[in-house]
Design a binder for this molecule. Structure first.
Ligand SMILES: C[S@@+](CC[C@H](N)C(=O)[O-])C[C@H]1O[C@@H](n2cnc3c(N)ncnc32)[C@H](O)[C@@H]1O
Length: 215
């Protein structure tokens, strides 16, 4: 199967190594990722997938708060996975990180209790958003849960204006549906039920939203 085109963490490959410090300084990263993990209500021995694992910050937080869980991370970018593997090794954590082609997730049907994903969907075109959600649903167990943190409908004119910085960096094609508040519709069209907006954060780049959905 052909690999799809993708947008690296900070649009350009040479910027990827600056991703961690930039996000840490400019975003309430710890706060919203902690809340996403709390919201996911991960239980003993749950199998968890971090979709678009990036440098593994979220995966490490999941493993830290849920040591008995099996944490897997998947991403399309080899370079970002190198950074992830270094961080995982340094933390002496057991997290399984895999590269994939952006088309078919390398896991069998109904293998995960939870899928968590942070700041990935605004990197995906409409077709990729749909395909990724269908694939995530395929690998979730019945009643398994999807928990997404990503840019959402702007909560004010100020939030809408600030989001232009993200759009200039990451492109308008992949980010427009986020800021129009269309992610819940994508999630429902992919076949998920009980789609909910759990929380909104006002950040210096716009409104960041936490979503929950059930297979
Ligand atoms: C802004 S970074 C977020 C990384 C990490 N989840 C975090 O919150 O720090 C976006 C990530 O999405 C990944 N990505 C882009 N296209 C993807 C796709 N089609 N499937 C999975 N991951 C993708 C990028 O390689 C990058 O690591």
């Amino acid at each position: 199967m052909n690999s799809t085109k993708y947008i690296p963490a900070l649009k350009y490959e040479w910027l990827t190594r600056f991703y961690n410090p930039l996000i840490r300084v400019t975003m309430p990263e710890k706060e919203f990722k902690t809340e996403l993990v709390r919201q996911a209500n991960i239980k003993e021995n749950h199998k968890v997938l971090d979709f678009g694992v990036g440098t593994a910050t979220l995966s490490l937080m999941i493993k830290d708060t849920n040591p008995s869980s099996e944490v897997n991370g998947v991403d399309v970018d080899e370079k970002v996975l190198e950074i992830a593997n270094k961080k995982i090794k340094k933390a002496r954590a057991m997290i399984f990180v895999t590269k994939y082609d952006g088309v078919k997730l390398p896991y069998s049907n109904a293998s995960f209790d939870r899928v968590l994903t942070s700041l990935v969907f605004h990197h995906l075109t409409a077709q990729q958003k749909h395909n990724s959600l269908v694939e995530i649903k395929r690998v979730l167990k019945p009643n398994g849960e999807l928990h997404i943190a990503d840019w959402g409908k702007a909560s004010s004119v100020l939030m809408r204006s600030l989001f232009f910085f993200v759009q200039i960096l990451d492109g308008f094609e992949t980010t427009n549906d986020n800021v129009k508040g269309l992610l819940p519709a994508y999630i429902e069209i992919a076949g998920f039920k009980k789609v909910e907006i759990k929380k909104n954060y006002s950040t210096i780049f716009g409104t960041l939203t936490l979503y929950k959905a059930v297979k």
